[in-house]
Design a protein around this ligand. Structure first.
Ligand code: NI
Length: 181
């Protein structure tokens, strides 16, 4: 299947799932699919700038990356529709809600690091996409915490994709303007 068709089919599935609870991008009225499409866009451009990269796999993971965490989608459903590798990738990108909150990111990063570099790339792309103006209701402490978490992602996963690591580095520096305001 060509990547354009994969993109269209996968974004339709993911959009429908996130629409079930009318999920929006926090602090905005934008439907969640805007976030998913931005992550996929980062991945597509990274694929042109990365050797030995499987864009067909990575695009699916990018568009589905929040389905297990935020929607009714099950691991079995992802396995049936997209295969076990995609399901494992999305599971690794999903925080384990049984753990204490402060351990969840490191746990997810540890599971991502056991998988293909495309999965690392999706996590980098996710945070690049999210380092925009934070919701107005986030206080300085929350913003600083978000920056520190981005640095942790860069340190842990940066070597997985040089191109996206550079973009994340730049976004982290730009994000300082929102901490100081
Ligand atoms: Ni995300």
């Amino acid at each position: 299947m060509d990547i354009q068709t994969i993109y269209q089919e996968t974004i339709k599935f993911a959009t429908a799932k996130h629409l079930e609870q009318n999920q929006k991008i926090p602090g905005t009225e934008l439907p969640y699919v805007v976030h998913l499409s931005n992550v996929a866009m980062e991945i597509l451009i990274a694929s042109f700038n990365t050797k030995e990269f499987d864009p067909n796999f990575a695009i699916k993971v990018a568009l589905l990356h929040d389905t297990l965490e935020d929607t009714s989608t099950s691991f079995e459903e992802l396995t049936d529709l997209y295969g076990i590798d995609v399901a494992h990738a999305v599971a690794a990108l999903t925080k384990n809600s049984d753990l204490p909150k402060e351990e969840r990111m490191m746990d997810s990063l540890g599971r991502i690091k056991k998988l293909n570099k495309e999965v690392w790339a999706v996590k980098l792309a996710d945070r690049i996409t999210n380092l925009q103006r934070p919701p107005a209701f986030w206080d300085a402490e929350k913003r600083l915490k978000y920056k520190k978490e981005a640095l942790l992602i860069l340190i842990e996963l940066g070597e997985g994709n040089e191109y996206l690591a550079q973009r994340l580095k730049e976004k982290i520096i730009e994000y300082d303007q929102y901490i100081q305001e």
